[in-house]
Ligand binder design. Structure first.
Ligand code: UT7
Length: 340
């Protein structure tokens, strides 16, 4: 009797894209009542990248995906699932941004869809890719986190406009028979009781497009910043401690802790609670701000491009966002290192 071999999901490659235009704290000082000092002290953010008017989420996602495909060594014809995580899709209802990206890349006639899990979107996608691959349904999954957050930010609201930036990151997740290359563990969760902590009220079924939506600015992101901050630190710390404990891995043995890049103070609090050394913690929030679903793959891309991410290196991902949603993942990098 022939036995089917167990297959696992593996993280094959990474790519990212950031728009050229930079919005600095000095620029924001001219737009709202804020200071570079306040922004750096409270968030660690110095600048963020902003897409041009005619550059949309799918453009950025396609550029990041193109790089991830090239770096994976896998032919685009072998990709059998395209997934995009975004809360700033090209179109709020349909078609999905994943469909548009697939078409831009020339990947046609494969399953493609978006998910909405805000900043946790990329790690949520990893869990979906893992399930599709390990059930034998798909072999090579293109996962993309892409956001044009500037399209939902009110640049007269100092409490949010200083935080967010645009960008995209993508990865190829492939089937492998090697246990060494496999995702180790993944945890994703949500609690809708905190839905009003981070919300874009319109357009949607609750507030369809109307003059009132525009007059009241309901199309812009709203955040209960301080409440979100406190819950983020608590949840992220607990989540990461649990995944490490469950897998009997000590925090000092993680070469790359890659948290969601929302606020330096959140990252520092979680890193300190885990007794992480500075060199273990990946930090990109200073130059990109919070890019929501794109933040984790953009951060992975940063350490890959700088040559820090080696084949087999363990990555610990940890994220928190609107929903509220949160997720963590432990996995080795199964792609080729960037040897210069
Ligand atoms: O990615 C998804 C998850 N998102 C997050 O995790 C974000 C979580 N939240 C945060 O990062 C922080 O809460 C913020 C950076 C948004 C705000 O920092 P905070 O230390 O929580 O400040 P706060 O909201 O408690 O505000 C403190 C003061 C207020 O003034 P008063 O009431 O004390 O007079 C604000 O009006 O800071 C004021 N403030 C500002 N001042 C200068 C708020 N925004 C600004 C600003 N510049 N941009």
């Amino acid at each position: 009797m022939s036995q089917t071999k167990q297959v696992y999901a593996s993280f094959r490659s990474i790519g990212a894209y950031v728009p050229e235009k930079i919005l600095t704290n000095a620029d924001l000082e001219k737009m709202v009542d804020t200071t570079d000092e306040w922004i750096v002290k409270r968030t660690g953010i110095k600048e963020r990248h902003i897409a041009e008017k005619d550059e949309v989420t799918s453009d950025m996602g396609a550029k990041a995906a193109d790089l991830a495909i090239k770096r994976s060594g896998i032919a685009k014809e072998d990709i059998d699932l395209v997934l995009c995580a975004t809360v700033t899709p090209d179109y709020f209802n349909m078609p999905s941004t994943a469909c548009i990206i697939s078409n831009k890349l020339g990947i046609n006639n494969v399953q493609a869809f978006d998910i909405s899990a805000a900043c946790s979107g990329f790690v949520y996608l990893l869990s979906i890719a893992k399930a599709f691959i390990e059930s034998g349904m798909k072999k090579n999954v293109l996962v993309i986190g892409a956001e044009k957050f500037s399209s939902i930010v009110d640049y007269t609201d100092r409490s949010t406009c200083i935080l967010f930036g645009d960008g995209a990151g993508a990865a190829i997740i492939s089937a492998t028979e090697s246990k060494e290359e496999a995702f180790i563990d993944l945890h994703a969760s949500a609690d809708g009781a905190y839905a009003d902590f981070l919300v874009t009220p319109a357009p949607g079924a609750v507030h369809p497009a109307s003059q009132q939506v525009i007059d009241e600015g309901l199309n812009f992101v709203q955040m209960k910043g301080n409440e979100t901050f406190k819950l983020a630190v608590k949840t992220l710390t607990k989540d990461v401690k649990e995944i490490l404990q469950k897998n009997n891995i000590h925090s000092e043995d993680i070469p790359h802790f890659i948290p969601h890049q929302a606020n330096y103070r959140i990252i520092k609090a979680v890193g300190d609670a885990l007794k992480m050394r500075k060199d273990q913690v990946v930090l990109t929030v200073g130059k990109y701000g919070n890019t929501s679903a794109a933040s984790i793959p953009m951060a992975i891309n940063d350490i890959w491009e700088s040559g820090r991410l080696q084949h087999g290196d363990l990555m610990l991902l940890d994220t928190f966002g609107g929903g509220l949603t949160w997720a963590s993942a432990l996995l080795p990098f199964a792609g080729k290192a960037n040897i210069k």
